[in-house]
Write a protein that binds this ligand. Structure first.
Ligand code: CMP
Length: 443
């Protein structure tokens, strides 16, 4: 195998299909060795043949489909003939050998119980596909990547322990005459103790083939044991690195606030602010993450992270993608805690804000609350439309707020370039200003 493909299905169908293939391949790799060595999982011959034939049909269909599918290799995606050639050169032979209904062939054509039945072990070739799917599964971005890794890791350990146990039965390591279930438990016990290099010595090799098999299992076990310990230890330590980093930051902040003798109420607000950032997933170091990406990738990530924010804003419904792109690349996310004054009445304005999450109150110094603005609405545009005009009201966070801040320069540029959009903003602004003037007139 030269290069393993990172099979990445975009559609749900392909994901479902890959899962089905993996489950069938795993089931066969568990069932057939157990069946051949200890007649365990021994279904009625007809059911057995049906199971075998349908599994093989599915796996063969998978080969046909894979010959049509695009693949993602570590050097980039491959389509059409190139993808086919790549598949034929890498996994095809393994998949083909692993898809033949060996169980049926062995039971029907070859003498059951003869050495030939071990041909059925060829179904294990299909595990190559499971290996590539496992790798793909681990690499798929997910919040639960540690759990995924642990799950895949345990799956493979389980498979190895099972196969080594079946092999031990095949070399006659367990006294004949016991029922299959009890034989299997003893073989499993031997497999676990040997692979974990514990080796209690209560089940020992008697014949030369058994000794050779035991030696091989012990050598494999030494490697496996080291990998298991190292992997599990590293997974457990990494499981909560993000949380640990957050706790450490809080610890440092706490010490600093105490040292600077900050009032308790202020300490509480700072603490609440960080808790909110953490809970809403905004506490991670997004800036550093983005800085490490290539400019093109950074732009795509920026677009992905912000497009939903702009889609929420009614005034931007129907705005063309050029406007959205321009806005998105200049958006800055800011978070306010309840009671924070975001805009002060009478000041000069340098930014406007889109409400991504939370609620704000527009407060007139004389009349109090004149409007409550929510997710999808915006404020702070009046001062930007006319630089001579100071802020018309205070804007205060009513709840925790996640806002997207747009600077005056971007706002003016977007308005200049897109007259239709500017007309819409001016229309809303005119209404707000009229209300504002009305208030000023009354007061
Ligand atoms: P600006 O004057 O820059 O800063 C205060 C903001 O409050 C203002 O822009 C508007 O976006 C907003 N605002 C003022 N009056 C109203 C109103 N009546 N309804 C909604 N928003 C308002």
């Amino acid at each position: 195998m030269k290069e393993k493909p990172l099979f990445k299905s975009e559609s749900r169908f392909w994901t479902g299909w890959d899962w089905t293939v993996a489950v069938v391949a795993i089931f066969r790799s568990v069932e057939i060795p157990a069946l051949v060595t200890l007649r365990f999982l021994d279904f009625h011959p007809r059911i057995e043949s049906l199971l075998n034939l349908s599994a093989s049909a599915l796996l063969l269909a998978d080969i046909i489909l894979r010959l049509q599918r695009s693949i993602q290799t570590s050097r980039g995606p491959l389509h059409g003939a190139a993808a086919r050639k790549h598949y034929l050169r890498t996994f095809f032979a393994f998949d083909l050998v692993g898809s033949i209904p060996w169980g049926v062939i062995c039971n029907r054509l070859l003498l059951p119980g003869s050495g030939w039945t071990f041909v059925a072990f060829l179904c294990l070739f299909r595990l190559a596909r499971v290996a590539s799917l496992s790798r793909d599964f681990i690499r798929t971005p997910s919040r639960f990547f540690i759990l995924r890794r642990l799950g895949i890791f345990l799956l493979w350990i389980g498979l190895v322990v099972h196969l080594v146990a079946c092999g031990w039965v095949a070399v006659g390591g367990i006294n004949p005459g016991l029922p299959p279930g009890r034989t299997y438990i003893r073989a499993l016990y031997w497999s676990v103790t040997t692979l974990s290099t514990t080796g209690f010595g209560d089940i020992t090799p008697k014949t030369e083939p058994q000794m050779i098999y035991t030696m091989l299992a012990m050598i494999m076990g030494a490697g496996l044991y080291a990998t298991v310990i190292a992997n599990i230890a590293s997974l457990i330590t990494r499981a909560d690195t993000a949380r640990a980093a957050f706790d450490e930051k809080m610890e440092r902040l706490h010490t600093l606030m105490k040292y600077k003798k900050m009032p308790d109420a202020l300490q509480r607000r700072i603490f609440d602010y960080h808790q909110y950032l953490w809970k809403s997933g905004l506490g991670h170091d997004h800036e550093t993450l983005l800085k490490e990406l290539s400019p093109a990738l950074r732009r795509s990530v920026g677009l992905f992270l912000n497009h939903h924010i702009l889609e929420q804003v009614p005034m931007l419904k129907g705005a063309n993608t050029a406007i959205l792109h321009r806005l998105i690349s200049n958006l800055h996310t800011v978070v306010y805690t309840p009671g924070d004054v975001i805009i002060h009445h009478g000041e000069t304005g340098t930014n406007m804000y889109l409400i991504n999450r939370g609620e704000v109150e527009v407060l007139d110094p004389q009349q109090g609350c004149v409007a409550t603005l929510r997710e999808g609405e915006y404020f702070g545009e009046l001062a930007l439309l006319d630089p001579e005009r100071p802020r018309q009201a205070d804007v205060v966070a009513k709840t925790f707020c996640v806002l997207s801040m747009i600077d005056a320069e971007t706002f003016t540029l977007v308005l200049r370039k897109f007259p239709e959009f500017a007309a819409h903003v001016r229309q809303v602004a005119a209404r707000r200003l009229a209300e504002s003037d009305q208030r000023a007139g009354r007061s």
